[in-house]
Ligand binder design. Structure first.
Ligand code: NDP
Ligand code: MG
Length: 381
């Protein structure tokens, strides 16, 4: 089990649950970061006494500086620099990447260089730069342990059986609009999209779960994390969210991981791996389940998933472009400046309109990300 962590994005959904797990397990928290929720950050700092805190938003950071005077806690710089410093502070053996969006990329790279274990919640990192990050992690011997429930499940099912793997079965609930056609989702509001049937998560990923872009991002994340091709991954709609994912081995055996829908479990496993520790989480009662259902996704009704699978096949900078355009589109949708179905339209236009780079370096990825954001802002605001 790790002894001390830095939590990037400690005020978010995964961040708050990580704090709770660390308290349960007695893991020391050395750094906490937020974007602008300094009220909660302050509460967390009082409880955990970290050595470092950071707020990315400049005004929030200035306020934080004022509040931390005399506490002995160091305030790291605002902006991405604060995240990058927190990712590499001394005396930490694991960095939990719980920020939302591509802003998680550079700090994750820094944490790998610093020799930390990465408890990887921020899926956008592998979506944008999976080839590069995995190559670097291998070269540095870094432990990249997934927190995303599906990937944690696959990781637990595989457990050294990589050479016997035939196929990954990536499950997803299908979200609140499962089975609905594009015509039926045209007037979906942010309130409706934010009501996920099974999981309680941050706003961006909840909207992604409704459009199924989340499953698309996870498809790409799985491809990189487990070193497989798009043909080796099958997406299955599983409305009950009990089977968190499964692997099919060469002899046809299927090994699945089941559990309650509680992110504290995969967070805890990423921190205790290769050990397992007790947990106060609710137990899965198999006899209480009415049934488990699995269906193939109807890609014509889930164009975001289809687009992500296409970007996975295309490679290069296309997933980075798709991800950035999606972040901007979801942001506009939540502000009611874009319709629900337009999220897909907007992302597809960006993917088609921005130049393809076959073997992008880190700077190309960051440039493509910026270009996609400008593309969406110019067309849709
Ligand atoms: P939230 O929106 O709840 O939290 C995001 C955290 O990151 C908050 O602390 C937020 O600060 C901070 N943050 C947001 N934007 C920035 C920025 N530009 N710079 C610095 N910090 C920033 O997200 P989630 O916890 O839901 O998700 C986090 C990551 O984990 C995502 O990549 C998501 O895909 C992944 N994930 C989440 C799951 C879940 O159950 N929630 C499940 C599986 C994966 P502030 O509080 O000020 O907004
Ligand atoms: Mg997931």
């Amino acid at each position: 089990m790790v002894k001390s962590v830095a939590i990037l994005g400690s005020t978010g959904s995964i961040g708050r649950q990580t704090v709770s797990v660390c308290r349960d397990l007695g893991i020391s928290v050395r750094a906490l970061t937020t974007n602008r929720n300094i009220e909660l950050l302050l509460e967390q700092a009082k409880l955990l006494r970290p050595a470092y805190v950071a707020a990315c938003d400049l005004d929030a950071s200035l306020e934080l500086e004022r509040l931390m005077i005399g506490t002995g806690i160091t305030v790291l710089p605002a902006g991405e620099d604060g995240l990058r410093c927190a990712a590499a502070i001394p005396g930490v053996d694991c960095v939990v990447t719980a920020v939302s969006g591509a802003v998680g990329l550079r700090p994750t790279i820094d944490a790998i260089y610093a020799g930390r274990r990465i408890a990887l919640a921020n899926k956008e990192t592998l979506v944008c730069a999976g080839d590069m990050v995995m190559k670097l992690a291998r070269a540095q011997g870094a432990e990249l342990i997934p927190v995303d429930s599906e990937h944690s499940a696959i990781f637990q099912c595989l457990a050294g059986r990589e050479r016997e793997l035939e196929k990954i079965l990536l499950t997803g609930s299908g979200g609140p609009f499962r089975g609905k056609t594009r015509g039926e989702t045209s007037s979906v509001t942010p309130e409706q999209a934010l009501r996920h049937p099974n999981w309680s998560m941050g706003p961006k990923i909840t909207v992604d779960s409704a459009t199924m872009m989340n499953k698309g991002l996870e498809f790409i994340e799985a491809m990189h994390l487990f070193g497989v091709t798009p043909d080796d991954i099958e997406v299955l709609i599983h409305p009950e969210s009990v089977v968190h994912s499964a692997v099919e081995l060469v002899d046809g055996t299927v090994i699945a991981q089941l559990g309650v829908a509680d992110m504290r479990l995969p967070i805890q496993y990423a921190l205790t791996w290769p050990e397992r520790r007790g947990s106060s989480c609710k137990r899965l009662e198999l006899t209480e389940l009415a049934g488990l259902h699995f269906m193939k996704p109807q890609l014509e009704n889930t164009p975001c998933l289809a687009l992500a699978m296409e970007c996975a096949r295309r490679g290069g900078n296309s997933a980075a472009v798709m991800n950035a355009a999606n972040e901007e589109a979801v942001h506009l949708f939540l502000k009611r400046r874009l319709g629900y179905n337009e999220i897909y339209d907007c992302v597809a236009e960006a993917v088609a309109g921005i130049g393809f780079i076959e073997e992008p370096g880190l700077e190309d990825i960051i440039e493509s990300d910026g270009e996609a954001r400008r593309f969406v802002k110019e067309r849709y605001t």
